[in-house]
Each structure stands twice: as C-alpha cells, then as structure tokens.
Design a protein around this ligand. Structure first.
Ligand SMILES: Nc1ncnc2c1ncn2[C@@H]1O[C@H](COP(=O)(O)OP(=O)(O)OP(=O)(O)O)[C@@H](O)[C@H]1O
Ligand SMILES: [Mg+2]
Length: 242
C-alpha cells in the first residue's frame, strides 16, 4: 500500500508542473475533461476524471478491461452524456446537440477496424472521390474527413502487423499536420512509441497522467508504470500454464 501511495505521488507530477503560469496560459488544450463522471445505476464507471490534451499531440488512454476507457471516450465525443462534469473540445463544451463541434471530431468506435478506413483513405489519395459508398465506408470517410481531433478506441485490435504499421504511420502523419489524437490501447509497446502523453485509468479513476519523456527520464518504461498501477495476475494463478 505504501508503495502504491508513493507511486501515485510520483505520477501526480503532471507534465505542465514545471511551466510558468504564463506558459500554461499560452498552451492550447484540444481535449479537456473536467470532473467527468458516469454512473450506470449504482455502478460508477468513470469517477471525477480530469484530463488535458495539448493540441497536435497523441494521447494514450490505458487501463485493464472494464476500467472505463470506452465510457470516457464516449463522453468526450458526445456519444454518452456524463452524470457529472463536462468535456471540452477546442475549448467548447461537448453536447449531443452541438453539431458544429461534431464536424471537428473523428471517432473510431470500439470494434471497428481502422484498417478498413485506411484502405479507403489510401484509395482516395490515389484515385480521388469514390462513389456508391455503403454505410461503413461513409463512416470511415467521415473519420478521415480532416477532423481536428481524432478519437480511436483500440485502433490496433484485430489487425495484422502490416495494417498496424500503416495505422501508426497514418496517425503520426496526422499528428504532424496538427491533428490531436486520443487513443485507447492495450498494446503498451505501440503506445510508448506513438504517444507524447498518457493516462492510466483503473476502476474508473485516473491514477496516473504523464509524458513518455517523464517516464523515460525516471528510468522507467510505460510497461513498468502500467504494472505498478494495474498489477498483473500472479504466475501461480496461471495454473493452466502447467
Ligand atoms: N451501458 C452500460 N450499462 C452498464 N454498465 C456499463 C455500460 N457500459 C459500460 N458499462 C460498465 O462500465 C465499466 C467500464 O466499461 P468500459 O467499456 O468503459 O471499459 P473499457 O476500459 O473500455 O474496457 P475494455 O478494455 O474491455 O474495452 C465496465 O464494468 C462495463 O461493464
Ligand atoms: Mg473499451
């Protein structure tokens, strides 16, 4: 327990702590969560979440199954109304009826394959507009229709290494063009190389938010930090290994 408490203290040192007030004011947050909370009946899936993602950066949102990642992403994009708190995109409050804001956002929901979108994107790049698109293709196009802020729920899930590489390259390219990207993923090695900053959510609460640079400076890997908070099954519990 002492170990956990001290590690939270370590992790609470936010990336902007060293900046002067003036520098902080000049910084531009493209995604902001202020006290975001979501309760499903008596169960709280997300509790008092505070997040700030600077413009043009890639942000990784990590946590075990059922920890509240998708719930949070849905609140940030207006797909789910928070029980408490608010989300802001480019400084504007997210509301279900805010259509103008929706145009600034691209969303890849859970269980959708980005590589499908990528295939279409590559096709468009090469051959101009496509006609007669189906519903899924239209969705894929909307995703890549020059959104300022892109939300991706597990974009590397269920795709082969080649597609995964293409997705990574695409995200880096978009980020270089100034697009702000928020992604959830269980693949820590990929996240570590892709994102500037990350947060870890456990049982609906953010236990850590810091930059990869800070992690590296502390002589640690993202995996070290993740297991410190999320733990992992003890080897003896994995009796099925034989
Ligand atoms: N509509 C809902 N009604 C009731 N409970 C829900 C609902 N949506 C999500 N939950 C619960 O909220 C918790 C968080 O779910 P969420 O989908 O946000 O987790 P997650 O971190 O995205 O998990 P995974 O890594 O498996 O995708 C889970 O316990 C889930 O069962
Ligand atoms: Mg999820």
């Amino acid at each position: 327990m002492v170990g956990l408490l001290s590690s939270i203290a370590y992790c609470e040192r936010r990336s902007d702590d060293h900046k002067t007030q003036e520098e902080s004011k000049m910084e531009y947050w493209d995604i902001e969560a202020r006290g975001l909370t979501k309760a499903f009946g008596s169960f709280t899936a997300a509790h008092n979440l505070n997040l700030r993602v600077p413009r043009g950066t890639i942000f990784g949102f990590l946590g075990p199954n059922g920890s509240g990642k998708s719930t949070t992403l849905k609140m940030l994009t207006g797909l789910l109304t928070p029980t408490e708190g608010e989300a802001l995109i480019a400084g504007e409050p997210v509301a279900v009826e805010n259509v103008a804001l929706k145009h600034k956002i691209g969303v890849l929901p859970e269980d959708d394959a980005l590589f499908r979108a990528l295939t279409i994107w590559e096709h468009l790049e090469m051959s101009g507009p496509l006609y007669g698109l189906g519903h899924e293709e239209a969705l894929a196009m909307a995703l890549l229709h020059n959104p300022r802020v892109l939300f991706l729920d597990e974009p590397f899930e269920g795709i082969d290494p080649g597609s995964s590489r293409n997705v990574k390259d695409l995200l880096l390219m978009l980020s270089q063009k100034g697009v702000t990207i928020f992604l959830t993923s269980h693949i820590l090695e990929v996240v570590e190389r892709l994102v500037g900053q990350y947060a870890i959510i456990i049982d609906g609460e953010i236990v850590c938010q810091q930059t990869v640079e800070e992690t590296v400076k502390a002589g640690r890997t993202l995996e070290d930090v993740y297991f410190q908070f999320a733990g992992r099954p003890a080897m003896e519990e994995m009796g099925w290994l034989g």
